[in-house]
Design a protein around this ligand. Structure first.
Ligand code: NDP
Length: 336
């Protein structure tokens, strides 16, 4: 059983010393347990937070512990009711070939699911994040302008496409011309603005000529600076993620814009609300699964996956994810 454990807590960007590959004996399922063979490992931005022991909504991975991660796996042996050999499951099996599970929080997809790895993306955690954050906090109405950052990523791409289905004018923000072209041409957003290009703030202002009613926040930092003055009265801001800050080791240089932000929230009577997907919206999963399953089946929601082969590629692929190298949902296909 190959597995990656946390070797040290990164300061700033994770690097080659952050995780360590170990080989240990394959575990065996005891009473009330099943053995899972991980087939696909999801790479997600939240993993950066788990490498750190700063106070957060979830406990950190301890030094020497297996790195956490969502997985799609096949049951090898089972002593858990409702799970049999050969079943495909969605679990939190971590960065390793095999994992033991007691079945809690594990979803059984049966013997022959279509596109099993999609359960780590549009049909799983990132999809639920997009759907619930937008509908429950963003509360979109037809004709409103929705802006979403990280627009080519699994959450942002899904947010924007749902926004279109619900009748919004949708503007994406993404890094680079290729991602922006994909967001408009393949995903069907009305516009996409490249935040890495010169004149980003003006281009966003032009694209959002009627102001912004909903800003789905995935990135923070300089992107939010450009969005803030464009927000309309009663704007809603689901605060989902701040990926531009995950490797930060200090606050940005001044001027301090806190009072400007608070003044905008006050005068425009805006709502900013953070959420943690399973804590806040886990109970909506069945409703989400039914709705999103239908949209994906009908081709109303498109999904781009970046499949990378080999567990040993996972650390590099994760470091790259935080730097904006992913184009679509990054998934590791574990190979023997
Ligand atoms: P993404 O694949 O979208 O995240 C990677 C992308 O983030 C990169 O491709 C890059 O896109 C963008 N990015 C990286 N650095 C920066 C930067 N400095 N400035 C602007 N953009 C940057 O991930 P997900 O779709 O999985 O997640 C999106 C967000 O949602 C994350 O912040 C994540 O933490 C959060 N999240 C929150 C959840 C919750 O419960 N609250 C649950 C799931 C996700 P580009 O090339 O366009 O810059």
């Amino acid at each position: 059983n190959r597995r990656y454990v946390l070797a040290e807590r990164p300061k700033g960007e994770p690097n080659d010393d952050t995780l360590r590959l170990e080989t240990v004996a394959r575990p065996e399922a005891g009473a009330g347990q099943m053995l899972l063979r991980n087939e696909y490992l999801s790479l997600d931005p939240y993993m950066r937070g788990r490498m750190s022991d700063a106070p957060s909504y979830a406990a950190p991975v301890e030094i020497g512990e297996v790195m956490v991660g969502g997985t799609v796996a096949q049951v090898v042996t089972s002593n858990v009711d409702g799970f049999a050999e050969g079943d495909w499951v969605v679990a939190f099996g971590g960065w390793q070939d095999y994992a033991l599970s007691d079945g809690k929080g594990v979803i059984n997809m049966g013997k022959d699911p279509e596109n099993p790895s999609w359960a780590l993306g549009v049909l799983g955690m990132p999809g639920l994040t997009a759907w619930a954050g937008l509908t429950q906090i963003g509360a979109p109405k037809p004709g409103e302008t929705l802006v979403v950052a990280g627009a080519s990523g699994p959450v942002g791409a899904t947010v924007g496409q749902i926004g279109k289905i619900l009748g919004c004018r949708v503007i994406g923000i993404a890094g680079g011309a290729e991602k922006c072209a994909h967001v408009v041409e393949t995903l069907g957003f009305d516009a996409c603005v490249d935040y890495k290009a010169d004149g980003f703030a003006d281009a966003l202002k032009d694209a959002a000529a009627d102001g912004i009613d909903i800003y789905f926040e995935n990135v923070g930092g300089a992107v939010f600076d450009a969005v803030l003055p464009l927000l309309n009265p009663s704007a809603r801001i689901p605060v989902c993620g701040l990926i531009s800050q995950y490797n930060a080791t200090s606050l940005p240089d001044g001027p301090d814009r806190m009072n400007y932000l608070m003044g905008q929230i006050l005068r425009k009577r805006m709502t900013m609300r953070g959420f943690i997907v399973f804590d806040d919206f886990g109970h909506l999963y069945p409703q989400f699964a039914e709705q999103m399953g239908a949209w994906v089946k009908d081709g109303k929601i498109r999904y781009r996956e970046e499949m990378i082969s080999g567990l040993e590629q996972a650390p590099g692929a994760f470091i790259g994810l935080l730097k904006g190298e992913a184009f679509g949902k990054r998934v590791i296909h574990l190979a023997d």
